[in-house]
Structures are given as C-alpha cells and as structure tokens.
Design a protein around this ligand. Sequence first.
Ligand code: CA
Length: 426
Amino acid sequence: MTNQKLKSWIPVDKNSDFPIQNLPFGIFSPPKEVIAKHDKAKDILPRVGVAIGDQVLDLLELKKTGVFNSLNFDTNVFAKSTLNDFISLGKKTTNAVRQRISKLLEERNPELRDDEKTKAKVLHKMSDVEMLLPLEIKDYTDFYSSMEHARNVGTMFRDPANALLPNWKHLPVGYHGRSSSIVVSGTNFHRPKGQMKPADSDQPVFGPSKQLDFELEMAFVVGKETKLGESVTTKNAEEYIFGMMLFNDWSARDIQSWEYVPLGPFLGKNFCSSVSPWIVTMEALEPFRVTGPKQEPEVLPYLQFSGQKNYDINLEVLINDTTVAKSNFKYMYWNMCQQLAHHTVNGCNIRIGDLMASGTISGPTPDSFGSMLELAWKGTKPIKMQDGSERKFINDNDTVIMRGFSEKDGVRIGFGEVRGKVLPPK
Ligand code: CA
C-alpha cells in the first residue's frame, strides 16, 4: 500500500505525475554528452529508467553502485532496450526493486542523497532524455468494455432501440489487433489511405481517410505467461498484470465502417496506435481501487469476481491546446480480471509483453465521450477549438494528447501523456 507521507529528497511538484509513491518503469536513451562525461568507451545504450519528479533515474548506471546486490537477480536486465526481461523476473523481484528505489529516494536516506558524484551519473533531467517504446509487444488485444461507448456506437451505426448486441453484457467483446504498428508517444504518422464507401455512392472509392479519429483507452501489460491450454481465473488474474499505460487506438471511421462486417476491425485500426512511455505498476495504483458498474444480468461463473477490480483514473483528451473530453477509467463495465479470464478461458496462452487495451472509455455525459465519433456525434455536432475552428474528426497537423492520473489523500499517481501528430497522407 502506498504511504502518502513518503517524501523524496528529490523535489517533486505537487502537480507532478511522478512522486515517490509512483516510480513507473520505462526505457530511455540518455543524452550523449551526459554519458560521455564519465564513460567515454560506452555506446549510448537504451536502458531502464524510473520516473521521479521531473527526472529519470538511470537503473543501468545505478546498478553499478551495488544497490541491488542484496536482491539476487541478473541486473543486466537494466541494459536492455525493452522491459520484457525485467518483467520476466516476476512481481516478487520487480516489486522488491521498486521498494529498494523507494528507500533510496526517501528524504531521510543519505545513501544517494549526499553522494553528488553518483547523483550526476544516475539522474537525468526528463526533458533531456528520449523515451522509447518500453516493450517488445508480443500480441495486442483490444476490448470493447465501456458500455457507454458500445451503446453510443450501436445507436449511431445500427439501431438505437437495440444499441447493445445480445452478447455484450455476457462477455467482454474483443478482437486481436496488430502489435507492429504500436508506437511510443511523440511518434508522428501519416493519415492512412484506404477503401471506403461514401453514403451517397453505390461504389467504394480509394483515398485518404476523411474520418480519422482517436480512441481514449488504457492498456495493461501482461507480466506472466501461461501455457497453451491453461486458463487464468478472475481470482488469480492480478498476478498476470504488471502495469498500465495510456493508449490511443487511432481509428479511420470511414475505412472501418465499410470493412468491418463480418469479421471486425482491420485496416481502419491497424495503421497506428500510440502508448505512453511509462508503465505504472499495479502496486502504485493499489490505493485507487473502486467498485465498477453493477453487472446485470449476472455473468457466467467464470466471469464472476469478488472485491474492487476497477480503478479511479481521471482521463483527458486534447486536440492541440483544446480539451475535448474528460473521462475516467472507472466507467469500464468489464474489468481487467474479467478480460483476462475471458481471453484465456478457451486455453489461449498469453505472453509477457502482451498488451491488452480497454476499448474506448466513454463516460455517461457528452463531454466524457472517448472518441470524436461520439463527441461530434458522427459529424453532426462539431467541436469548437480554442482558435475558433471546428472539428468533426482529426485534421492534418493536429496533435492529439491524452493524459491520466489518480489522486487521493494528497497523492497523485500519473501516467504522463501519450501524444501523436497526424501528418498529411503520403
Ligand atoms: Ca479500440
């Protein structure tokens, strides 16, 4: 459990996402000149870092001081360009690493605090480093677990009277996405081109998407594997979840609506998805557990669960400098434990580094919807921007930014941001 009184000797602004209670993991490249100062022979290798305030703690440099010696694991995992090997050590070890770092940064501990020479090597300004994709993402699954989102989309595209399909309240609907096109925050991409059928035409046309959208989502990282044929239960699912990230599942609505029957999303979705660079551990999110929406009708036994399985995480979406939506992860109808239990109930195996996204997170009010499709209601209610312009979907050169944080008893655990700019079509 997070100790709200814990303070670091590193100054942390009260609005920072990264107090000592958070300590998320990421992969970064340090600035060349910083490394060159004390280690001329070394290439600038990507390495594991931990965010604290506006700084990054360099675990590759830190391990050389011997602070992890008592924990008995191969510290070469910090010299890797992804977190997969670190996560593979298991929660017992990764939690112990986090606890050790917490102790090291605690305000009364002089160990590193008073060692100026080591501090210069192991701490980098966050604004000086380049954050990289923190995982080798094995498989990517996208759920459809917000009832408000499913209902809005069903109302627009099918039948307002029967907006939810008959299966929706009985199982967490999902599909297998594509991991090759998942990029880290800050990566820009070109507007996708494809086939679509305009409403006023009998024939499909080819060209750049005219209905490019974002989807406000969160994703969890699988931290423990199963073998083919094994299933994860809702009761032990949390052992398999390492942490969470912000996720923008970019979508081309015009391509999607023409292609998706009968097999579901394909080219309207797989051109790009963006993730935030820091993986916030479930241990850091522990104080923010909440009860989810009541599930009626009662679900089948393999989907039943006990305890609080949702999390109170405030979410915000901006297009350029205009906030267009505020939502919360707590609205999710299906929780992550149910998603994992359902995903594996047939014996499908999961691997360390799999990413499972929530699906668009829409709240109950029109300003809490998690996509432009819903916010501008299929283009019928354009959204006003700060500069006076309007948006039905995303324009070329627009930057979409998503942020998220939990807050309670004066402790704020944040995710940083996921940002991406849409370039004109190639
Ligand atoms: Ca999605």
